[in-house]
Design a protein. Sequence first.
Lengths: 165, 157
Amino acid sequence: MSGGYAIALAALSKIARRWNQTGQKFAGEPDIATSFFPEHTTIMWILIIVTYLDVCQRICRRMIPWLSLQFAAPLSTLLILIAFTFKLAFTSADAPELLRDMKLFNPLLNAVQKFSLVAQARAVFIGIALGLTAAVIVPKLKWPQSHRKQSAQGTKAPLPFPITH
Amino acid sequence: MDLSGIETTTTFLLLHYSTFFAFGGSNAISSVDLSNAYNGVNSYNILAVGILTFVSNWAGPIWWVSAARLLFQERWRRRRDAKGSGSDDRTNHIALLTLFVSTSLLAVMVACSMLRTHLFIWTVFSPKFLFSMAWSLADHLVVNVAFGSLISWVDSM
C-alpha cells in the first residue's frame, strides 16, 4: 500500500511541477497551464467544473448541522454558480480563445451580460463572506467545543449529526 | 501516517512554499500575477489592489494555512488528547516557521549588505529582497501568525 502512495505522490509532484514552468532553467519550457490547456479547452473546463463542484459539496456538508439539506444544497449551489459565472465572464473578457469550443456556456454568459465584471466580483465576495459565516462561524457559535462531550470521532465533521428536515 | 508535531509543521512548511512556486510564482518581479488584482475594484485603490494582488499570488500558501489546521486535528484525533499537546504543537509550529523565515531573511540581508556594490544588485538582489519582505511581513506575520491564530481560535471555540 505504501508503494502505491509513493507512486501516486511522485506522479502528482511531477504534474505539480509541470503546471507552471518557472525558474531560471525551465522558464520557457512548455507547461500545462499555457500549452496543454489552450489546446484542450474541454479538459480544462471539465477540471474547473469538478473543482467548483467539490468546493460546493464541502460547503454544503458544513452547513448541514444547522440548516437542513433542502436549504443548504441550494444555497451552496447558488454561491458556486455565481462564482463560476464570474469566472466564465472574466475568461470571455480576458481570454476568449479559451471558450471557443464551449458553446454550452453561451446562454449563461448572455444572461449575465448586463452585469459588469466589477459587480459580479463583488457579488462573489459577498457570497463568500456569507458562506463563511454560514459554514464556519454559525456552527461554532451554536455548538461550542466546551459543551460537546469529548469524543474520539473528531470535533468538526458534520456527518455524525443527523440530517434534519 | 503517524506524524509528530514537528513533522507536521515541516510538511506544512515544504508544501507552503511548493504551492507558491507551483502556481507560477518565482523570485522574479515579472512573475507577479496581476490578473486577479482588480476583481471588484473600479479604480486604483492601493489597499484593495494590494491585498488582492497578494492574496491571488499567495493563494496556495494561504490555503495551506487552513489545511495545516486539518493536519493537526487529525493528529490530535489519532492521539486522543486534544488539549494537552495542542498548545505545544501550536507553539512549536509558530516557532519553527519564525525560525525558518527569519534565517532566510537574515541571509538575504547579509548578502545584500555585503554585495551592495555587486553588478547584480538591482537585477537579482533587490527583487529577492522585495520577495523576502513579502514573505516575512505579509506571509509570515499576517498569514501564518495572525490568520493561523484566528483559524485556531475559531476552531477551538
